[in-house]
Write a protein that binds this ligand. Structure first.
Ligand SMILES: [Zn+2]
Length: 410
């Protein structure tokens, strides 16, 4: 891997402007099992840049994808909010693209543990998932047909040959995670039936900038879409955006309906592209304030934690999500400031956070430490987490919400 060589993931251009340099960080999912482990000692450049040509916001450096996704411990369906959302999402697909007779063929790219696949099937779709991690095999074994691989032209070709073309292709939170973005989009173009629909959901860079969500920047998350940059990419491969909507997921996501360029449905992204132009979302200068706000957040957040430590108050973290790992490592917050992090995912309990090496424990063990503050790592689920602590764990003290601006909640 050569840090110096850059090629835009969407258009191959070698020119990019730096938006935010976060230094070298360990991989956000490189949880380790003991202090003697070394996997998380390997750090990688984490610099956000914007392609000078197609304006795609992305990381300057690629970490080989096999290193990133082969044993992914993150599982989609661990929160109540996620469950409600999956139901809503699957019902919406049925209302729009379901049929009175015969099951439409739906392929989900990056189907994770099959959590959404199950909901699509309940709504009458014939399903197939594709995911590069071990979770694909687990889903398949549970009766949710899944292929373990990276989705691209090779897999699309195989599915076309064996099952025919897809009526619906869903890609939730995956375009931004793909280092082979062009091959993925080419694969969709190839697999999608002429009247078919490609649904893309993913974090919208507008919210990254507006809410200083720099914790969503990590090595697995290689690009950060705007309507303009997505539209440019699709145009290159003979597709177009026919509807733009938004969802509350991951701190604000865009939800686009995409069809073949030849389809009769009109393009529907001009208004959004004009809006992005107006607010400088696709201009490097438009990101200066964001870079300053990130540095200010780090200063304010670490000040709160140091004050707590100085006055002998115990701060426990909650939610060992990848995004939290970015923030803790960027802010260099270790065990001295946050001695434990609780997480409801049993796959993470007993492990140490990458880089900062804070132990991950169950919510019950966390409560056993009797913390006086709980720092909410998954702050986008803060309402649900606070309710969980108050109602289920009888927690009586305060919370620290780290973003967009660090604050203490009574
Ligand atoms: Zn580009």
């Amino acid at each position: 891997m050569n840090d110096a060589v850059f090629a835009c993931r969407a258009c191959d251009s070698p020119e990019a402007a730096t938006l935010l340099d976060m230094g070298r960080l360990p991989l956000a999912n490189a949880f380790v099992s003991s202090q003697a482990a070394t996997e998380d000692r390997l750090t990688h450049d984490l610099t956000l840049v914007m392609c000078q040509s197609c304006r795609l916001i992305q990381l300057r450096t690629n970490v080989p994808r096999e290193q990133l996704f082969s044993s992914y411990v993150w599982v989609t369906g661990t929160s109540a909010t996620a469950k409600t959302y999956a139901q809503w999402f699957a019902q919406r697909l049925k209302q729009r693209y379901g049929r009175a007779r015969g099951a439409p063929f739906l392929v989900e790219v990056a189907s994770n543990d099959g959590f959404f696949l199950q909901h699509y099937r309940e709504q009458g779709f014939e399903i197939l998932g594709v995911d590069p991690s071990n979770l694909a095999q687990e889903a398949d074994a549970r009766g949710l047909p899944s292929i373990r691989d990276f989705f691209g032209t090779a897999v699309a070709g195989r599915i076309c040959a064996q099952r025919g073309r897809a009526d619906v292709i869903v890609a939730r939170n995956v375009l931004g995670h793909s280092s082979e973005l062009q091959d993925l989009v080419k694969g969709v173009k190839q697999l999608l039936a002429p009247q078919g629909v490609f649904i893309v959901e993913g974090p919208y860079a507008y919210f990254l900038r507006a809410d200083v969500q720099y914790d969503t920047i990590f090595h697995e998350h290689v690009s950060y879409l705007t309507i303009y940059s997505l539209s440019k990419l699709l145009e290159r491969y003979g597709m177009k955006i026919t509807e733009v909507a938004f969802s509350p997921m991951n701190g604000g996501s865009m939800l686009c309906e995409i069809r073949h360029a030849e389809h009769s449905a009109p393009r529907d992204d001009h208004g959004f592209i004009e809006f992005e132009q107006l607010i400088g979302l696709n201009q490097p200068e438009g990101w200066q304030r964001f870079a300053n706000a990130v540095k200010a957040q780090r200063a304010a957040f670490t000040r709160i934690l140091r004050d707590c430590a100085a006055s002998g108050k115990l701060v426990a973290g909650y939610g060992a999500a990848a995004k939290c790992m970015t923030m803790l490592n960027y802010c260099q917050v270790g065990e001295d400031l946050i001695p434990v992090i609780g997480d409801s995912n049993p796959r993470k309990q007993g492990l140490l956070c990458p880089g900062v090496r804070i132990p991950v424990v169950s919510p019950e063990v966390l409560m056993g430490r009797n913390p006086e503050y709980v720092m909410i790592g998954a702050w986008n689920f803060k309402e649900e987490i606070m309710r969980f602590f108050r109602e289920k764990l009888a927690y009586k003290h305060r919370f620290i919400v780290p973003l967009p601006e660090p604050m203490i909640v009574e």
